[in-house]
Ligand binder design. Structure first.
Ligand code: CU
Length: 123
């Protein structure tokens, strides 16, 4: 009797574990710019990829030369970071995509104009 109960508990644990695993297995991780990293002319790296909400972008760069700023479409188009925008500057940032549009630019002068900007539509 006791044995049956513990088997049942064990089964529930396994099912829960599988649910957790399948949730994380759905999320992909991408290194922005691949081997080159977050750098000039990275714009376009995102094209042709099927991003989903909760996928993780890894930005690799030298923090003394670049930053990653989360912006909106206007900030992306105009290469300006609105005040209060979320800024990442560790040099190895992991940013989870939200559903819909995700825009990132480098806020160092002229870097965005030199292609340090990406626009991702996450399903
Ligand atoms: Cu930069």
């Amino acid at each position: 009797m006791l044995e049956k109960k513990s088997i049942a508990v064990c089964r529930i644990g396994m099912v829960l574990g599988m649910l957790v695993l399948s949730n994380t297995a759905n999320a992909a991780s991408y290194t922005v710019g691949d081997a080159t990293g977050w750098a000039f002319n990275v714009a376009g790296w995102e094209n042709g990829k099927n991003f989903k909400a909760d996928d993780v972008l890894e930005f690799h760069y030298k923090p003394e030369f670049h930053k990653v700023v989360v912006v909106d479409k206007n900030g992306y188009d105009s290469c300006t970071a609105p005040s209060g925008a979320k800024v990442y500057q560790s040099g190895k940032d992991q940013i989870k995509l939200v559903k819909g549009q995700n825009y990132f630019i480098c806020s160092f002068p002229e870097h965005c104009h030199n292609g340090m900007k990406i626009a991702i539509d996450a399903a």
